[in-house]
Design a protein around this ligand. Structure first.
Ligand SMILES: Nc1ncnc2c1ncn2[C@@H]1O[C@H](COP(=O)(O)OP(=O)(O)OP(=O)(O)O)[C@@H](O)[C@H]1O
Length: 242
């Protein structure tokens, strides 16, 4: 994985996505650098989930061009690579009906690692989320906050470049939110990029690099002033990315 945080490893150009005759995303261009923590806000229905699922290679837009390692590629040429490098995590984590250990080990088994290597990686992942004591607990018996952490650990274990967290804390209490924010900051320190979506710009102690705001299918800084005034002020002060 490249550790150069200045050169974007992924760019997308002219992304347009329609549903019937409705344009959900209109001619968007975006770029991602290693280890960048990006907050994405936007009202209900503004297209946040749609954008994340396209980024993860799970949905085909009407038009897009990806730029990966300097090469311009269409969707068909890129989606397998995007699926390998980018993990999309749903707001309500989908975990298998088995232990925390087996959930985290799932992606590693598919990579055909040895049992020993899998054990070492799962132990590291459990340490990252501070849930070592729940390794043998069935995931269906976890709290919402614990489930979210296991989902993050399962994605982390397969070493993605970018993790897309779709409203990860919307159902969590204050304490679980704080734990989740700490975890996201740790991902950033490990050079894993994160896109974090939310309706509101209240993000506790997240070390944001950038804030993007979806409005009527476009990335808008103008609507940010009225919809997220606090973050707009921070942006002006230069505290939150560019
Ligand atoms: N399967 C679908 N069929 C038709 N329209 C859809 C479908 N899924 C989403 N949409 C529409 O696409 C638009 C964007 O939806 P999306 O879920 O991406 O928004 P969002 O910003 O993530 O919303 P929220 O904050 O409520 O999760 C919405 O108007 C939604 O109604």
């Amino acid at each position: 994985m490249s550790m150069d945080t200045n050169t974007p490893w992924l760019k997308l150009h002219d992304l347009t996505f329609n549903r019937g005759d409705r344009t959900i995303l209109n001619n968007l261009s975006l770029e991602f650098r290693a280890g960048e923590l990006v907050l994405m806000t936007g009202q209900n229905g503004s297209g946040k989930t749609t954008l994340l699922r396209i980024l993860a290679g799970l949905m085909k837009p009407r038009r897009v061009e990806f730029e990966i390692a300097g090469k311009r590629l269409n969707w068909r040429q890129s989606y397998r690579y995007l699926r390998e490098q980018i993990c999309y995590l749903h707001q309500h984590p989908y975990l298998f009906d088995c232990s925390v250990y087996d959930n985290i080990a799932y992606g590693l088994k598919r990579k055909k690692l040895s049992r020993q290597a899998i054990g070492a990686k799962v132990a590291e992942a459990l340490e990252l989320i501070s849930l070592e004591h729940l390794a043998n607990r069935n995931c269906q018996e976890l709290s919402g906050g614990e489930k979210q952490r296991v989902a993050i650990a399962r994605a982390w274990a397969i070493a993605p470049r970018l993790m897309l967290l779709d409203e990860p804390v919307s159902n969590l209490d204050k304490r679980s939110r704080a734990i989740c924010y700490d975890l996201i900051n740790q991902l950033q320190q490990q050079q894993i990029g994160v896109v974090y979506t939310s309706h509101e710009p209240q993000t506790g102690k997240l070390n944001l690099n950038r804030h993007i705001h979806l409005y009527e299918g476009e990335l808008s800084t103008k609507s940010l002033e009225t919809e997220c005034p606090l973050t707009a002020i921070e942006l002006k002060k230069g505290n939150v990315g560019k």
